[in-house]
Design a protein around this ligand. Structure first.
Ligand code: LLP
Length: 437
């Protein structure tokens, strides 16, 4: 992946930095991000739009990995930002992210979150439901303040990793159904509003998708809806936001296309459909999360205890687990790995990589092909950049790992490892008056 290599000591390097040194300096578990790779992905997406000469925004879906440092890099790369909570929005503001390029998502935004969006005058709110329309109208009218909005619709396309199905109506908690009049009703409630400025439609059909057909079908459906509204109400939406979901390669079983290929396909479909119904080609927005940051992240662990179940398997346990990567336990997600301090050795053995949480299901890799491992070895698990740190927890009171960015032979700590003090900093305790700590 990216700038990974092996140096003369036989150690895995990322961004020109020896990962064994990183583990020694910062401790493990450690998230290491290859920032050059993130930049490369960001540029590839944007260049595709430039080449196709179409208006666009590429918003980093920051739920994949959110934090001040990555927001700063995203901003440097000219990306927009998709946030889904007051917390992500606050972090974006703290990072100095250009407010006009922030898009606010969520299926149950609170009044407080909506107020924050208006206070900060962010770029747009992606509206999910009728309750939110009411909140937004009230807020905008009281403040006499304008806000750009997109309507999130559910096009009835369920994309899975390798295929997709179309249904009249998708059973989803998100958005207005396109098939049964909900989207039309939402349009009628918003398009003439004095303060809410309806700029377009949004959909997100799934995640880790390998199939371009699903994106094509979604883009066509949304475009036809915008064309119908133009005919019926003489109102032209100018933005078509097609969400994220582009698949990446976690293991050799995954065969995604280059991210740019999905986008190119999408653009051409939109152009063709536009010309067919004589609709002006809209701006196309996308929201990649995983495909921007996923393979840029590697987690380093230290191997500790081992156990053999005779005739069945060998366990090797690491100093993290489901507390820093819930994806194997939650989704059965698969990962590939390497012993970073002996990266060139023949991977002749099979291990189950277990975490240290008190739960049998806390296994990171079911079948890891590795050399004979020893306590103290550094295990690198690849492609953990998306939904790893951002879904980490303090289960078992395990502290969240540190995060380091590497680029051009340099490394920098961007998120400190949590301390035990951090774990109790919000605790008040429950003791008699006078004895409280
Ligand atoms: N836009 C919207 C509206 C989304 O809901 C999502 C992801 C994205 C963009 C970004 O999707 P991506 O490009 O990253 O696939 N925790 C799960 C993934 C949940 C995705 C939720 N929405 C996982 O670890 O696989």
């Amino acid at each position: 992946y990216g700038t990974q290599s092996i140096n003369e000591l036989g150690h895995l390097t990322i961004g020109g930095v020896d990962t064994v040194d990183l583990a020694a300096q910062y401790g493990t578990p450690l998230f290491v991000y290859d920032i050059a790779l993130f930049r490369e992905r960001a540029q590839a997406f944007q260049k595709t739009f430039e080449n196709e000469q179409v208006g666009y925004q590429v918003a980093y879906a920051s739920k994949a990995f959110s934090g001040i440092a990555i927001y700063q890099v995203a901003s440097q790369e000219g990306l927009s930002l998709d946030v889904v909570s007051g917390g992500e929005l606050f972090t974006a503001i703290q990072s100095g992210f250009p407010r006009a390029k922030i898009h606010f998502h969520g299926n149950n935004k609170s009044q407080e979150e909506i107020d924050m969006a208006f206070d900060e005058q962010i770029g747009c709110i992606v509206v999910d439901n009728f309750y939110e329309i009411e909140l937004l109208k009230k807020t905008a009218e009281q403040r006499k303040q304008k806000m750009n909005i997109l309507l999130r619709v559910t096009p009835g396309i369920e994309a899975h990793t390798h295929d997709y199905i179309t249904t009249g109506q998708e059973d989803s908690k998100f958005g207005f159904d396109l098939g049964n009049g909900q989207a039309d009703a939402a349009f009628k409630e918003t398009f003439e509003h004095g303060y809410l400025n309806l700029i377009g439609l949004h959909c997100h059909i799934g995640s880790q998708i390998f199939d371009t057909a699903a994106f094509q079908m979604a883009s066509e459906k949304l475009l036809l809806k915008m064309a119908a509204w133009r005919n019926d109400f003489a109102y032209t939406c100018t933005v078509l936001n097609l969400g994220g979901g582009f698949g990446i390669r976690y293991t050799e079983e995954d065969v995604p296309l280059e991210p740019a290929v999905y986008v190119q396909d999408m653009i051409r479909t939109v152009k063709a459909a536009s010309s067919q119904v004589q609709f002006p080609v809209p701006e196309i927005w996308i929201e990649p999360g995983r495909s921007l940051i996923g393979d840029a992240g590697t987690t380093l662990y230290t191997i500790g205890s081992m156990k053999e179940v005779p005739g069945t398997r060998r366990y090797a346990a690491v100093d993290g687990g489901m507390s820093d990567n819930i994806r194997p336990a939650l989704y059965g997600a698969k990962y590939s790995s390497l012993i970073a301090n002996r990266a060139e050795e023949q991977a002749s053995e099979l291990y189950t990589i277990a975490g240290k949480c008190c739960e049998s299901g806390d296994k990171l890799i079911e079948e890891a092909q590795l050399p004979e491992v020893r306590a103290g070895d550094i295990l690198a698990v690849f492609c953990t950049g998306a939904y790893g740190y951002s879904m980490a927890s303090n289960y078992n009171r395990i502290t969240r790992p540190a995060v380091v960015f590497v680029e051009s032979g340099q490394h920098q700590l961007v998120i400190r490892r949590e301390s035990f003090e951090d774990l109790v900093k919000n605790e008040i305790g429950y003791l008699q008056e006078g004895t409280r700590r």
